[in-house]
Structure formats: C-alpha cells, structure tokens
Design a protein around this ligand. Structure first.
Ligand SMILES: [Zn+2]
Length: 373
C-alpha cells in the first residue's frame, strides 16, 4: 500500500524501492514487478524498467520460469534503450533454450534489420520458419534484396545476381527482385526476358502497375514500334483495367497518331472514371480546336495537375502510412511488403486543393486512414 501510495503521488523512485524490497519477502509479487516494469518501459522510462528487471534477475532464489520472464523483459528494455548487443545476447540465450522462441526470434530479426546484418536476419527468419512453420519466404526475399543492393553498391554484379536468385528462390513472386532482374536483363540486351518478367509482375501484382509501366515501356520500345506498344497496352488493359494503364493507353494512342485516339480515350474514361485518366484525357494537344476551347481544356488539366503531383502515391496496408516513395519496409510500422502503390489520386489531396489548404505533406503521413482514395 505504501508503494502504491508513492506511485500515485508520482514519487516513482521511492515506490520502486519499496516494491523491490517486497521480492525478498514474497515471490508472489513477481507479476506485479513485471507489470510495473512493462508500464515504465511503455511510458518511455526505460531506466526504471531496467532497474526493476535487473533486480529481479539478480535474485538468487527466483524460480527458473520467473527468471527467464525477467530476462526476456530485461532484453526488451535493452532493445528499447538501443543497447542492442546486450538485448541480442539475452534473446539468443533464451531462444537456444526454447524460451519465448517466437517473440525472441522476431525481436532478433528487428535488431539485425536495424543493424543491417542481413545474413543474420536470414538465418533467424529461417530458424523461425522451421521452428514455428511460419512462411517467412517474402521477408527472407527482402533480406536477400537488401544484400543485392549492397553488392550493387560495391560494383559486385555477380554477387548482386546471386542474391537476387536467392531472393526469388525464397519468394518466386518477389516484386522487388523481379523488377531489378528485369532491369539487368534490359541492360544486357535480353529484352524478351525482361518483357516476360514485367508481364509476370503485372499478372501477379496488379497493384504495382504504376511502378512497372515506365521500365516496361522503355524495354518494349527498344524492339517494337509505338503502334505495337499501343496494341500491347490495349490487350493488357482489357485484363487489368488499372487507371495507370488507362493513362498510358491514352498517351500511347495519342502518340501513335491514331485519328480516333481521343474518342477512344473518352470511351475508356466513361467506362472506368479515374482522376489520373481524366488528367491524361485533358492534357493533350488541342491545337485543332478554337483557341478559347483549347485554353479551357488546358486550364482544366493544369488545375488537376497540382493535387495529382502532391497526392500520396503509396500507402502501407498495415498502418496507413502514406507518401510518395516506395518503401519495401514501412518506415512507420516496420512491416515488410505492406506498402503498395495507390491506383489513383487520393480524394483528400483534391479536397485540400479545393479548400485551399496551405500545404500538403511532402513525404509521408503516419495517420492511418487519413488519405482516402
Ligand atoms: Zn506501416
């Protein structure tokens, strides 16, 4: 009661002294200590959490289960305090004893991710996969992609290729590895191989069409004509009526000199309205129209361009973090493979433009559900 009274009156250190003294007398207060330690850590008072857990661990007569619980909490304190080597050491010891295995391995992966120790992260993910039967393939593929990027930074093309191969072995549909491999194929003149990869990504990950489009078009036009590109887009668009394919189709039809291109674009827009499609339909060469009408259409296109260029283009499915940059690991919730391209401009971007908001976030917003498409 005296301890609680100190706690309520914000005399935290005095409360901790009293509670620590209790352990000697009664092991039944262990749960209270663990709860208090977690509470302090959640409030950001890691030094107090550390004191409580260190004191528990040092008790000579503590039962093994309670000692391991206290050690696990102590490792979490070290992780929260950024003392990662101490945290790693305890998590590893507990994992080798089979204690809190899933939690320890998940936390070890986070530590190795933060330290960019990708080989260790891979080993730990494989351990988790074999111990718990969890499918860690997509995450392991991302770790291999990180190693591939490191190899590229060292100008080690062979190493990069091997890492990408391992990434695709872990997850055959890893978009990141596939896009990099397609780029490599184009660079080495294997255009047909690259085109096959791009079509495969579109088939299995339609959401990534906005990221595939530009490199796919560049690769395609190396060996084919603009008319063939328009025909290819039309064929793919029938299967995947994605707004960005619509935009590409409108632009390709206009560039290929098709006389009925504008009518086709309008027909597609009526069938599947989208902001990006509307902008592409307006943003054309209207020089054959009277200047007043051409100016009006151009003006509409310019008005729409502003929110389009500010609207977030990616959003994390897990926490709602959105921005204009593709992150394979969400910078807000740290989840992998949860960030996807948005199919169209978000309504909130247009709303802020219409209501004259002073500025929109440039990079990202962590507010879940703030952007509504
Ligand atoms: Zn997230």
């Amino acid at each position: 009661m005296r301890g609680l009274s100190h706690l309520v009156n914000n005399d935290t250190d005095q409360a901790i002294e009293i509670f620590i003294g209790l352990i000697e007398a009664d092991e039944g207060t262990i749960d209270l200590h663990l709860a208090l330690g977690s509470l302090f850590r959640r409030r950001g008072e890691v030094d107090r959490a550390l004191r409580i857990h260190q004191n528990l661990v040092q008790r000579p007569r503590l039962k093994p289960l309670h000692r391991n619980q206290a050690r696990f909490e102590l490792a979490r304190d070290y992780q929260a305090a950024g003392v990662l080597d101490r945290a790693e050491e305890i998590f590893l010891e507990l994992a080798h004893q089979g204690m809190f295995l899933s939690d320890c391995l998940s936390r070890l992966m986070r530590i190795y991710e933060r330290e960019r120790e990708w080989e260790r992260a891979i080993d730990t993910a494989q351990w988790l996969s074999s111990a718990q039967g969890r499918d860690m393939g997509p995450r392991i593929a991302q770790y291999w992609c990180e190693l591939a990027d490191s190899a590229l930074r060292r100008d080690d093309a062979r190493g990069q290729q091997q890492c990408l191969k391992r990434a695709l072995a872990a997850d055959p549909h890893c978009v990141r590895a596939q896009l990099t491999r397609a780029g490599q194929a184009v660079d080495s003149g294997k255009v047909a191989q690259a085109l096959k990869i791009y079509r495969d990504v579109i088939q299995h990950h339609e959401a990534f069409i906005p990221d595939v489009l530009a490199p796919w078009r560049d690769a395609f036009l190396r060996e084919h004509s603009a008319q063939q590109w328009a025909a290819e887009l039309e064929r793919v668009y029938r299967r995947h009526p994605h707004p960005h394919l619509q935009v590409a189709l409108i632009q390709a039809q206009a560039q290929s000199g098709q006389t009925d291109a504008r009518q086709q674009a309008l027909d597609q827009l009526v069938q599947q309205p989208s902001w990006v499609g509307l902008h592409a339909a307006l943003d054309q060469d209207w020089s054959n129209l009277p200047s007043q009408a051409a100016g009006l259409l151009k003006g509409f296109a310019d008005v729409l361009r502003v929110p389009l260029e500010k609207s977030p283009t990616y959003r994390c499915d897990h926490c709602g973090y959105s921005g204009r940059q593709l992150n394979w690991q969400c910078p807000s919730c740290q989840h992998w493979n949860t960030t996807q391209p948005l199919p169209d401009m978000t309504y909130s971007a247009l709303e802020e433009q219409v209501h004259g908001a002073s500025s929109l976030p440039e990079s990202g917003t962590g507010a879940a559900g703030k952007s509504v498409s």
